[in-house]
Design a protein around this ligand. Structure first.
Ligand SMILES: [Zn+2]
Length: 59
């Protein structure tokens, strides 16, 4: 196994980016220190995920 590059300060992604609702595709700016999975969609109340996570699924 190769060593992981970069420092891990609690999250897998950087401080920037969006959280996205998988249900209604609403995007909100990711808040520093707040996991997207703990954020509820303001539109439908569904749990949100990191936008990168969805993008990374397709490789
Ligand atoms: Zn939603």
């Amino acid at each position: 196994m190769k060593e992981r590059k970069g420092k891990n300060s609690g999250g897998s992604f950087g401080p920037d980016g969006n959280c996205i609702c998988t249900k209604c595709n609403t995007k909100v700016p990711h808040q520093k220190g707040v996991k997207c999975t703990t954020v509820k969609c303001p539109n439908c109340g569904h749990t949100m995920v990191r936008e990168e996570l969805l993008n990374n699924k397709r490789k």
